[in-house]
Design a protein around this ligand. Structure first.
Ligand SMILES: [Zn+2]
Length: 207
């Protein structure tokens, strides 16, 4: 049957569809087929399953997005509120040697978000945690010197934000990565003895 999504909350994972027969069907996120989750006003196709109390929509597929949902909402999603000047803005990316360093508010220049060591930050929870600093220094002063290592770093930048998101959502696997990073940290500390490059980095770490 075809129907229109009356209301669907992606956060709560359920909603209601009004079918062509004018009956309201409960829909759960686990009965949605495909990757597109229903949004208010979408046209969907579904099968009716009789539940204990009410009719449920199952095998729900979005066949047409609501006219309002597609484009304009997406544009406003990119805008955020600056914590310092309270203006709505699209953060401006600041790069250093082709890598994203931070994004800033275009109106007042306040840092909106710092980039770099996404993984380590996700694992240790804080951008300025000592171990995150150590890994960042290692990246800037050892890895960036050879082109092969630089390619690795760039690959890391492309892949780590989604991995970091995954780790934040699955704290169990963050513990495994933390273990691996701890071994790396011990290795870095070992090969460098008194860690000369950390001292060098402290002086010109003017970000
Ligand atoms: Zn601002």
């Amino acid at each position: 049957m075809r129907g229109t999504v009356k209301w669907f909350s992606q956060k709560r994972g359920y909603g209601f569809i009004v079918g062509q027969d004018d009956i309201e069907y409960h829909v759960s996120v686990r009965d949605v087929s495909g990757v597109t989750l229903p949004a208010n006003g979408d046209t969907v196709e579904f099968e009716v399953t009789q539940g204990k109390r009410a009719s449920r929509a199952t095998r729900v597929t979005v066949i047409q997005r609501a006219a309002s949902a597609a484009q304009p909402a997406r544009a406003t999603d990119d805008r955020v509120v600056c914590a310092a000047c309270q203006k709505r803005m699209v953060p401006r990316m600041i790069t250093y040697r082709g890598e994203p360093k931070k994004s800033v508010c275009p109106f007042c220049g306040t840092t909106y978000r710092k980039f770099g060591c996404f993984l380590a930050t996700a694992v240790y929870g804080d951008y300025d945690a000592p171990k995150v600093r150590l890994l960042r220094d290692f990246r800037d002063h050892v890895l960036n010197r050879s082109s092969a290592a630089r390619a690795m770093v760039q690959l890391y930048y492309r892949t780590s934000p989604p991995i970091a998101d995954f780790l934040r959502a699955h704290p169990g696997s963050a513990a495994a990565v933390r273990l691996a990073l701890n071994v790396l940290i011990r290795f870095i500390t070992f090969i460098d003895g008194k860690a000369r490059w950390i001292g060098a980095n402290r002086r010109n770490d003017g970000q």
